[in-house]
Design a protein around this ligand. Structure first.
Ligand code: COA
Length: 443
């Protein structure tokens, strides 16, 4: 090999995510092996009856490398907070919002990518972004009135026909190689979901007039473009949106559902479809739809210039009718979600006078009288999208889903690289709990 070619190859590898991962995997496998052999028997806490009855809250039981959630500080992606990511991840323009491709690189490698590495990954995703016709036909078989998340999960299931992992498994792949077709599927899935998602949007709301991808745009910019929004501000919003919604450690419903299904060696498409079905629940991802509908119902009933007292009354009305105040509370977080804060900062910069933004700000001051009255990510996203013309709230969870593909698939590649086992927690009956508790004295 000539020095020139060698240099070119090395440079190619430096920009290639797959090569970078291949280098990292052996050391992380060793790390896990050591953890298991040296500390396998160390206790991590006690399981109480409350935890079993309370949806496993506070029970540590999953390995999730890509991000970690602190109840007070919020999410950190590979150790980095959202403001830190905004500072160091490459952007489309100076001082702009982070490119989601950069976050994907960070989640997968634990390293902040250079602009060139992100450029190469952007291109790789564009090159992989082709969707077979039968996927659109599968979606078209559903009534146009079907919920956008139902259409999205259907599209992802139809994409599964192309799974490289499934083909490799059928042929008889060695388990040490599982991560390779998982990587192929994951990157292709991440590349393809914006096309499927924008097809659904155009199908439902824009008479089926599909907009093709623009080869000069990045992942977030292109997604916004294919949906039909070409303003530079909306493209920036989409980059921020896709970045911050991507990952929220492993125990949330969508991440956990994806991880659980993947633990049966189901391929990334099957696993991600499971994640989407969890995301479609109103206590999880569907909350972003519910927030905008709730805010619009407030305006309809009380007008845009609602007083604090009126807003308080409306919150009570919602609670008294046995409903949740969407966008508030969280299974883990006990402070304002930093994903809310960065969207608020975006609004203060770009749409400070928007009446719905002001209503969201007022709601923050009113503080719903619930046990954990802090706003989460969903409390803010709808008013931003609505401002730029993406007003169809029923569609919002699909945007969340596109973003989640990045986090869930990144971890899934590591699940396979680390050889994580089938998940199989123990369940018990009430009778077993009663009998057990009679024998164990309360402290
Ligand atoms: C996310 C959510 C399901 C977490 O619930 P949780 O893990 O049970 O949280 P907590 O332990 O703080 O809840 C304690 C109680 O307050 C209630 N609560 C929490 N947030 C609430 C809200 N926004 N509106 C009304 N009640 C709420 C819970 O339902 C629970 O009631 P219960 O004791 O009668 O079962 C809950 O906060 C919620 O329903 N929020 C609204 C939906 C939403 O925004 N989801 C997106 C989350 S990112």
């Amino acid at each position: 090999m000539t020095a020139e070619r060698k240099k070119g190859k090395l440079r190619g590898e430096e920009y290639d995510l797959h090569s970078q991962l291949k280098e990292l995997i052996p050391e992380q496998q060793e790390r896990l092996k050591k953890l298991k052999s040296e500390y396998g028997k160390v206790q991590l806490g006690n399981i109480t009856v409350d935890m079993v009855l309370g949806g496993m809250r506070g029970m540590t039981g999953l390995l999730w490398e890509t991000s970690l959630l602190d109840p007070d500080e919020g999410i950190r992606f590979r150790g980095m907070s959202i403001p830190e990511c905004q500072k160091v991840l490459p952007a489309a323009k100076p001082g702009g919002e982070p490119l989601p491709e950069g976050l994907l690189w960070l989640l997968l490698t634990g390293k902040v990518p250079t602009k060139e590495q992100v450029g190469a990954l952007s291109k790789e995703l564009r090159d992989r972004a082709s969707v077979p016709d039968y996927v659109f036909k599968a979606i078209d078989a559903l009534p146009v009135t079907a919920h956008p998340m139902t259409q999205f999960a259907t599209g992802v299931m139809a994409l599964q026909v192309q799974s490289e992992f499934q083909k490799a498994y059928e042929k008889g792949i060695h388990k040490s190689k599982y991560w390779e077709p998982t990587y192929e599927d994951s990157l292709s899935l991440i590349a393809r979901v914006p096309i499927v998602a924008s097809y659904i949007y155009r199908r439902i709301y824009k008479d089926g007039k599909v907009i093709p991808m623009n080869d000069s745009l990045d992942y977030g910019g292109n997604f916004s473009h294919m949906l039909g929004f070409d303003s530079p501000e909306m493209q920036e919003l989409m980059r921020l949106y896709v970045t911050i919604h991507s990952d929220h450690e492993g125990g949330n419903v969508s991440a956990h559902a994806g991880h659980l299904v993947a633990s049966a060696l189901s391929d990334p498409y099957l696993s991600f479809a499971a994640a989407l079905n969890g995301l479609a629940g109103p206590l999880h991802g569907l909350a972003n739809q519910e927030v905008l509908l709730w805010i619009k119902s407030v305006v309809e009933e009380c007008g845009e210039n609602i007083t604090t007292e009126q807003l308080k009354d409306y919150v009570w009305k919602t609670l008294n009718s046995g409903k949740v105040v969407p966008g508030f509370g969280h299974g883990v977080l006990r402070k304002t979600d930093p994903r809310y804060t960065c969207q608020r900062e975006f609004a203060l910069k770009h749409l400070p006078d928007d009446p719905l933004f002001q209503l969201v700000s007022k709601l923050y001051e009113v503080v719903p009288p619930v046990k954990n009255p802090w706003p989460n990510v969903d409390a803010h996203s709808g008013v931003l999208l609505n401002y730029y013309g993406l007003t169809e709230a029923r569609y919002y969870t699909v945007l969340f889903g596109v973003s989640r593909s990045i986090g869930i698939c990144s971890q899934l590649i590591w699940d396979r690289a680390l050889g994580l086992p089938l998940e199989r927690p123990k369940s018990v009956t009430m009778e077993l709990l009663e009998n057990h508790c009679k024998k164990v004295p309360l402290n």
